[in-house]
Design a protein around this ligand. Structure first.
Ligand SMILES: *[C@@H]1O[C@H](CO)[C@@H](O)[C@H](O)[C@H]1NC(C)=O
Length: 582
């Protein structure tokens, strides 16, 4: 059966296809790619097969076969071998990938490796498949007889059992997938002690006894440790902080995830742990709800843009000890986080440069309100909404609230000191459902330095959010699912951002020819994402013109799942743009 299959596929590969005069379907595209291959147009053939395999999974293994042979044709041996090995992973019972590899090694006169590949092939060919076994056997005999003096052997064959065991014991914790025993951790730390390890990562749900792990850490004083990542262990908070205090003198980066330790307790204990710590990440944990200091402010949600906390609360949190060294803070999925908790954390980090708030329950408006009075050195801001913020959104969307926010924003415009003072370079605010034009204008007002802006999924935004002033330094822009922006606005934004390198316009239906002409003028453009776009207003000629103009800089023009792009245009794009190094 297998032999028959091989024969059929070989024959079908031998029949030289003609390029269809017009490409209508993916099958046409496949045939065209084949015809390029047999005419030795390996580059174009490779790009087409790459696209068919990765985007449409059309006859994937054939596509891979051709790509590998294109790579061989172009002299990229290593890439060809890598691709074979990828396919060995995908199809461990198919011998052709080993055969191809073996051939490549033979051509490079690396007979040992060629022989090893054949060995692997013969191990998977079913015993009953005589014809195949014979091919394999003959090839191996030839190799063994002619070229191989000494065969390379697996080193483990020569080593005594206990030494082999020791080698496996020396693997890092991440590569030991089975139940993590304390013994292993001790062994690992013992080694760490001698080598003066600088980074330690314990992410294991299987660690039953977190306290013992912590004790182990304290026992092997890891005095050079600068990065500690711990998640999913159960431990006693008191012990956790004691141990950190003990080992933490050189600690620069700390990451905690899990329910045993609470965010507020980490913040409270940080000054005792380390004065070197610059990076803090806390994820999937709780805040303590009954923090005494927060009692007075706990009810203030700051849901109106421009709102602030009552002065007594502000004074109480401003008088707390500062964490002057923290530059990078990431909070992800913190349960029970409120505006007050967040203010309590941020007010204590005056040196913060980078802030990521991912899926915490605080809405973007309170976050802005807090940033107006904290973190003056912030340059990177990333925010992604928690989908359960919806409960608040209902409250937010009432007309009254909208008008109130607008009034406050207008007032802010007049009182410049009320605006968020920022030197933000990198802003990502995704999926908020409540970010408005005025808020974006407020962030961007008179800012020349913004380089990265991601506003994906903010459907309330319209043209005026981004067109009032040029974004001269902008390199990366994502407007995915910003359905309120029109073609006029988009064209204007692009024309005002001449340094644009990447733009993501996926899911939009407003793209027209003018937008492509504007993009054609962005001299540094590397990547455009038009996935899921409705391109009915775009002509084939405009796309081809755009590709021709930007061929030298453009690395990716993603047209996946677009509507109204002819296969012809798609082919033109694929043929003309690089895939990796090809
Ligand atoms: C392009 O956009 C789509 C849809 O938003 C996304 O799924 C895909 O990952 C993007 N591709 C790249 C390479 O950025």
């Amino acid at each position: 059966m297998a032999t028959l299959f091989l024969l059929c596929s070989t024959i079908s590969r031998l029949v030289r296809p003609k390029e269809p005069s017009q490409c209508q379907t993916l099958t046409d595209m496949f045939e065209t790619a084949r015809s390029y291959f047999y005419n030795r147009n390996y580059i174009e053939s490779y790009r087409l097969f790459f696209y068919l395999e990765h985007t449409h999974a059309l006859k994937s293994s054939s596509c891979a076969w051709y790509q590998i042979h294109c790579l061989i044709g172009l002299g990229h041996w290593n890439q060809a071998i890598k691709k074979c090995h990828d396919w060995v992973q995908l199809e461990p019972t198919v011998s052709q990938w080993y055969f191809i590899c073996s051939e490549i090694y033979m051509n490079r006169l690396d007979f040992t490796l060629a022989w090893e590949e054949l060995n692997k092939a013969s191990a998977i060919i079913p015993a009953g498949d005589d014809a195949y076994q014979e091919i394999c056997f003959k090839k191996r005999m030839t190799l063994e007889g002619k070229y191989l003096g000494i065969l390379r052997k697996d080193i483990l064959d020569f080593l005594p059992y206990d030494i082999t065991l020791n080698i496996f014991n020396c693997l890092d914790l991440d590569s030991l997938s089975s139940q993590l025993e304390l013994k292993t951790i001790y062994l690992y730390l013992n080694r760490a002690k001698r080598t003066g390890i600088t980074k330690l990562s314990i992410r294991h749900q299987q660690v039953v006894d977190g306290d013992s792990v912590l004790m182990a850490l304290a026992n092997y004083d890891c005095c050079k440790l600068n990065t500690l990542v711990i998640s999913d262990i159960l431990c006693t908070p008191g012990l956790f902080f004691n141990v950190l205090e003990y080992i933490g003198s050189s600690l620069k980066k700390l990451q905690w995830g899990g329910v045993s330790i609470r965010l507020n307790d980490i913040i409270y204990n940080l000054p005792k742990i380390s004065t070197q710590l610059t990076h803090l990440t806390v994820h999937d944990c709780f805040t303590s709800l009954h923090d005494v200091q927060l009692q007075t402010g706990a009810l203030h949600r700051l849901e109106y843009f421009g709102e602030t906390f009552p002065p007594p609360f502000l004074q109480s949190i401003q008088s707390l000890p500062k964490l002057n060294y923290i530059q990078y803070l990431k909070l992800e999925s913190i349960h029970g986080l409120t505006a007050c908790h967040l203010a309590n954390v941020l007010v204590r980090c005056p040196a913060l440069v980078k802030l990521s708030l991912i899926r915490c329950l605080v809405n973007i408006i309170p976050v802005f309100n807090i940033l107006r009075i904290t973190c003056p050195k912030l340059r990177y801001f990333e925010y992604e909404r928690n989908r359960y913020c919806q409960q608040f959104d209902v409250f937010q969307h009432t007309e009254e609230r909208r008008l109130a926010n607008r009034a406050i924003v207008q007032q802010l415009g007049k009182q410049k000191n009320m605006m968020i003072k920022n030197e933000w370079v990198h802003v990502e605010i995704r999926l908020t459902n409540m970010l408005t034009d005025s808020m974006v204008q407020n962030i961007l007002y008179l800012r020349d330095g913004l380089e990265v802006l991601d506003l994906s999924g903010n459907m309330l935004l319209s043209d005026i959010a981004l067109t009032k002033q040029p974004l001269k330094a902008l390199r990366i822009l994502c407007l995915k699912e910003c359905y309120g922006i029109t073609f006029k606005g988009l064209e204007c934004i692009i024309r005002q951002s001449p340094l644009l390198e990447e733009i993501d316009l996926s899911c939009l239906s407003v793209i027209n020819n003018d937008i492509l002409y504007a993009l054609a003028k962005c001299a540094r453009l590397r990547k455009v994402n038009f996935s899921y776009c409705k391109l009915s207003r775009v002509s084939s000629d405009a796309i081809k013109y755009f590709i021709d103009q930007r061929k030298e800089t453009l690395q990716q023009c993603i047209l996946d799942y677009t509507v109204y792009v002819s296969t012809d245009v798609l082919m033109y794009t694929i043929k003309n743009l690089k895939r990796g190094t090809i």
